[in-house]
Each structure stands twice: as C-alpha cells, then as structure tokens.
Design a protein around this ligand. Structure first.
Ligand code: PMP
Length: 368
C-alpha cells in the first residue's frame, strides 16, 4: 500500500526521510553494531546520543544553561500531575487558564494537590478564543501560572506575542501540540513540557524544559521519585529506563529541523500551510471555522460544514482519497486537520483540492 497523507492530531505524521533513516538504522544504529531497541540506556553510546539531543534542543530553541532538559515517561497527562506535585510547594496554590479540554483535565489533576484558581476561561464561548492574561489577573501568592500554548482539540493558540511577561510567578506551559512550530521565548517560562508524539517524534517520551532554580525548590522526600523533576535532573533522566527509541527519534527530528533552517523555517512553512487552509475556508460557502481569527492555531485547523452527517461523509470520502484522520476530537464532532511540522505543503495542497471538489459536489444539498 502506498503512503497516505496523514492529518492525525497525534501520534502524527513524520517526515519520510526520518522514517527511512530509522529503517536503515534498525539493525545497526549509527555504527554501534546493534539496534537502538537493544541498547542499554546507561551505555556511553546512548548517553552521547542523549547529550546530542539536548544540545540540538538548546541550539534550536536558544535554551540557556539555567534550564534543565529532562526526558520523562507518562505523556502529557503525567505532567498534569508532576507540575503541581513539584511546583505547588510555597502556598499550595496555582493559577490556571482554561482554553481547551486539555487545560480542563490539567485543572482536575492539579486540584488533587492544592488550590486551583482558574483566572480566565473561554469555556462559555466553546473555547473559540484565547483570553488575554493581564499582569494584574495573576495572583501574587500563586506558586505558578499554568497555560497551554496550543489547544489541540479546539484549534486555538496563544501566539508568542500573547505570552504575558510574568515577573510575579513562573509560567508553566503545555506546548505538547506546538513545540518548535514557531519561536517562543523560553526565558518567559519557568517550565515548558511537550509530549513528543506531535511535533517531536513518536509517543513515549515527554520533553520537560525547566528552570533549575524552580525545580530545585521541591522536596524530594515528599514526592515519589518517578514524579520528581529533581531526580531526573540529578541522574540525566536515567534512574528509570527512559524511552530510548523515542529519544533517538527526537534526535533525528531535531537534526531534520536544523537542516530545514531551524524554527524560523518551520514557522514560515507552518504559516504558509495554515493560511492555505484558513483562506480557503473563509472564502468557502460550505466550510467554516469558529475560532477568533487572531487566535487560530497553525497546527490544528478545526472546521465544519455545520452538519454532523456531512462532516462524517467528508472524513470518510477524504480517507478514500488517501487523506486520513480528518475527524474532529472525539465527541466534539466537526473536522480537524493536524498540520504539524512533519506535514508537507504538498499534503495541505491535496487537502484543499479535495475540499474544493467535495464542496462542488455537495453545494446546495439539504443534508440531514
Ligand atoms: N496536552 C495537549 C495539548 C494534548 O494535545 C494532549 C494529547 N493530545 C495532552 C496534553 C495529553 O498528552 P498524552 O496523551 O501524552 O497524555
């Protein structure tokens, strides 16, 4: 079977060049004489690979030595618990901004550790916009302010220029679905995390970038070791076996990003892909997108015909044309295209062509 265009929201499309490298390396990983799947996580070879991965991340995202880079298992969901367990250590209070299902779930986990103050929410408006965070909204006694930079389910995002300057409390950001899609100033954050399965590689590892002075404050005697950032920092993330294959793959993805021209090149292509879709949707009589224009995600484009039956017909017919995984987040109905770094302009072009064809065929139909 030939490969399809994959618009999955995660695990998501990976550039074919990278997949071919993995195929080539499978029996003999970069001259080691063994597969990455067989390699000990404390071996010198793997240690060098991890160091190279972290160095590439530092270079591409301009991360200073005042930040640790950690590789943690347990996905994005794991971070919903690790963040409050480690950082709610002054007043056991934190401010959260609710912009999607994924912040709602994060709030539920944080409430198990302390007091959560939701300082802004767009839930009432169906998560169709991004609330502005003004300095005076942030509680002076919050241990941190939590936000999600890209809302995978509802298709909105905090553009880099909308990240507040918070000198009052550290900002924690879930960047799972737009990590390295455009340039965010890492110095604005106390901690950033991203589960790898969207822009970074396969499922199985979450990258955490954390200010050393912030994670040092946690009491390691109170936190289970597997949940304690400090323990990851002390042991270079190897006291428990990390997802070795996933980390190797992140290294390949980062090498690929560098070769393409780094994050500025990703930004340019991502804006190009997103504009192709949004411009088409805005000029169409069949499809629409409800998200406030300036808050639209450039990673997850959510759209609908306004009719559930027709939306279902769209994703089924698209799949027959080799355009896969276009249904919206479970239960939300609608349609959604994941257009992460690994999705080519060619794939988005093919999607727009299909949308045109579908619109012409179904225009004026009274679909029930
Ligand atoms: N945060 C965001 C923004 C997500 O999109 C997701 C999953 N799609 C998660 C967290 C949860 O990640 P995981 O499935 O790795 O637990």
């Amino acid at each position: 079977m030939s490969r399809v265009y994959n618009f999955s929201s995660g695990p998501a499309a990976i550039n074919e060049e990278i997949l071919k490298t993995i195929q080539h390396d499978m029996l003999d990983c970069m001259g080691s004489g063994m597969s990455i799947l067989e390699m000990n996580h404390k071996s010198e070879f793997f240690g060098d690979m991890m160091d190279e991965t972290s160095e590439l991340l530092r270079e591409l995202m301009h991360i200073g030595n005042d930040y640790e880079i950690l590789y943690v298992n347990g996905g994005g969901y794991g971070q919903f618990s690790m963040v409050p367990m480690n950082l709610m250590n002054r007043n056991r209070k934190a401010d959260y901004v609710d912009t999607d299902l994924w912040t709602k779930y994060a709030v539920i986990e944080a409430q198990k550790c302390g007091t959560v103050n939701v300082i802004a929410s767009s839930a009432q408006a169906g998560y169709t916009y991004i609330p502005e965070i003004r300095r005076e909204m942030i509680s002076a006694d919050a241990d941190y302010l939590y936000m999600c930079t890209n809302n995978t389910a509802s298709g909105s995002a905090y553009r880099p220029d909308k990240i507040p300057n918070s000198d009052r409390v550290p900002i924690v950001a879930d960047m799972t679905s737009n990590f390295m899609s455009e340039t965010y100033d890492i110095n604005k954050f106390g901690l950033v995390f991203a589960a790898a399965q969207k822009n970074l590689g396969p499922a199985g590892v979450t990258v955490v970038i954390a200010k050393k002075t912030l994670i040092e404050q946690a009491d390691e005697h109170r936190i289970p070791r597997i949940m304690c950032y400090k323990e990851y920092a002390k042991t270079k993330s190897t006291f428990s076996t990390p997802s070795t294959f996933a980390i190797y793959m992140i290294m390949l993805v980062l090498k690929w990003v560098k070769k393409q021209g780094g994050i500025p090149a990703m930004t340019q292509t991502n804006h190009q892909k997103a504009s192709m879709l949004y411009d088409f949707i805005d000029n169409s009589t069949l499809y629409h997108n409800d998200v406030c224009r300036e808050d639209r995600s450039i990673m997850n484009v959510v759209f609908t015909t306004g009719n559930d039956g027709l939306d279902a017909c769209f994703s089924a017919e698209a799949a027959e044309h080799g355009l896969c995984n276009l249904s919206g987040y479970q239960g939300t109905g609608k349609l959604r295209a994941g257009i992460y770094n690994g999705v080519s302009v060619e794939a988005v072009n093919a999607l727009v062509d299909f949308m045109k064809k579908f619109e012409n065929e179904h225009k004026g139909e009274n679909y029930v």
